[in-house]
Write a protein that binds this ligand. Structure first.
Ligand code: MEV
Length: 318
């Protein structure tokens, strides 16, 4: 038996951090993916390997432990958690490949989690649908990270551009939103759990200041929804810049992120902001007429990716 699955990376356009306080958010699947293949092992050992990510490990699926043979896989805890949830602990060989750069803020952990679960369900012939898969993937992320909104795993499962409402209702944008974006990222990785905790502490210390900021972030996300529906790029750009300012207020900005955000604007982006948790990590810039200029500007000091949103969510087969 050979089971295969893949799932896309995501980027948050509006509403990171405020989504943790039940404000709306907008995020989309992008044209970078994680791929998982599961086969029966010819030995009595379970093996996880990835040539792209350059690691190999022997897995103890029952006890969520591993013995590293090569490399340093950041996402292994998500895979062990998924295996522990679904797998019967028979020896398997799991191959992972991915063109999602680690630390690029494109949610590689959610893509790997969704693809791993989908491949496992196929391998064990367990019936599933996108709703149950997104839910299970969210549980895996929560178990590993402590706090996680369902946004990343939802987008990696369903694909497309998604609006998550205040009461966690998912709406899929029907518009064809294929504007080019540039993602910039430094080698300094952010720590999502820590950033979410720091924002909470700041909010607890200054509720009268931070609560209105969080609700304004929710309001601007709703304006952004309208702007996307009208394909009003100037408005989307303006709202991205406002959203960036609010993220700075929440304390998740850094020198490197600022540098990339303002470089992007100087090179012609009509909007640019932190995407994801901040504190390191990445920025996203909307640049319909200046992708190459913006990419070149950011690449002078940092890493850069040109991305587009994609409708393709999880896919799996045996
Ligand atoms: C991280 O990608 C987005 C945050 O809003 C956390 C979450 O939604 O779980 C910062």
């Amino acid at each position: 038996m050979r089971a295969l699955a893949s799932a896309p990376a995501k980027t948050i356009l509006f509403g990171e951090h405020s989504v943790v306080y039940d404000e709306p958010a907008i995020a989309g699947a992008v044209n970078k993916r994680a791929y998982v293949e599961i086969t029966e092992s010819k030995t009595d050992k379970s093996i996880l390997k990835s040539y792209d990510l350059n690691f190999e490990a022997e897995l103890d699926t029952k006890h969520k432990k591993y013995n590293l043979k090569r490399g340093k896989p950041g996402i292994i805890r998500y895979i062990l958690e998924a295996l522990n949830k679904v797998h019967d602990h028979s020896p398997i060989v799991m191959k992972l490949s991915s063109n999602i750069p680690i630390g690029s803020g494109l949610g590689s952990s959610a893509a790997v989690t969704v693809a791993t679960l989908a491949a496992l369900y196929r391998f064990h012939n367990i019936r599933f649908n996108k709703k149950s898969l997104a839910h299970d993937a969210h549980m895996v992320e929560q178990a590993v990270q402590g706090i996680a909104s369902p946004l990343d795993t939802l987008v990696s499962t369903y694909g497309g551009l998604v609006y998550l409402s205040r009461n966690k209702k998912v709406e899929h944008f029907k518009v064809n939103f294929n504007a080019p974006f540039v993602v910039g990222y430094t080698n300094k990785h952010g720590n999502t759990g820590k950033m979410v905790k720091d924002v909470r502490l700041l909010k607890n210390r200054n509720p009268k200041i931070i609560n209105p900021v969080i609700s304004a972030m929710g309001q601007l996300t709703n304006y952004a929804k309208q702007a996307i529906l009208k394909r009003d790029f100037d408005k989307i750009g303006e709202l991205m810049n406002l959203n960036h300012g609010f993220l700075d207020v929440l304390g998740v900005n850094t020198l490197e992120l600022s540098r990339m955000v303002y470089t992007a604007r100087e090179c012609g982006a009509i909007g640019s902001k932190i995407t994801g948790a901040g504190g390191g990590g990445s920025i996203i810039a909307l640049c319909p007429n200046s992708v190459d200029e913006v990419a070149r500007g950011i690449a002078a000091e940092d890493n850069v990716l040109k991305i587009r949103f994609t409708r393709k969510g999880v896919s799996s087969r045996v």
